[in-house]
Write a protein that binds this ligand. Sequence first.
Ligand SMILES: [Zn+2]
Length: 264
Amino acid sequence: MDKYTLSNFQKEFPDDAACLEWLKNYRWPDGIFCQNCGKVTKHHLMTTRRSYSCQECGNHVHPTAGTIFHKSPTPLTIWFYAVYQMAQTRGGISAKQIQRETGVSYKTAWRICNLIRRMLDEDHDPFSGEVELDETYVGGKAHGKSGRCAENKTPVFGAVKRKRKLKAVAVPNTKSKTILPIVEKTIEKGTQIYTDEYLVYDRLTRMGYNHSRILHSHNIYVIGNVHTNTIEGFWSLCKNGIRGVFHSVSPKFLQADLNEYAFR
Ligand SMILES: [Zn+2]
């Protein structure tokens, strides 16, 4: 794959509608499941409210809900540009540069940089409170394929403490004997953990954690307090950054890249 350049970025995200459409497709790749209608229905864009409305019942969904963009008066194009720059620039990007290049105030630029950085923040105490677990696959040549059986891809396991810190490691596989020791080492017993329906996580309750599941296969991403938007947002940033900076990623270099994204 060719380098993902600024002009590629600008072509993909020319305006807020394009950014919103990207978020929508990212969160609901198989269409939006309307909670009211109890099925996947056609939804229409409501640009002024950053939402999509169900064609059958008029119910609104907000693709930015649960993300750092939510309720921000700053255009999504500027947010996306800052994320793009942070993923592209090896040394990160300064608030001054965002201010200069986008025309927002220094205060806004600082807040944007801070929120994106905080999303990727990390420290070394064991995680506690509310934590999300997820796995993903990056690199390799099998483009367009995802999921746990994707070929030529390196599995990566991640834990995110809601809004605070993140740990991502390249792993040989996503079996329970690989994943669960990392969980025990990283997360304090008694912590509330959110995962998807992957079977490996069945043992978390017996291991002494409070465990809740999110049913991604039904496109139900938010059930009260139960969601994995935080960690999925990180995967998406990480993948786009890696896609943008390198032609392809070899497993040997992947952990170093993950550290850079996680610790930046
Ligand atoms: Zn509906």
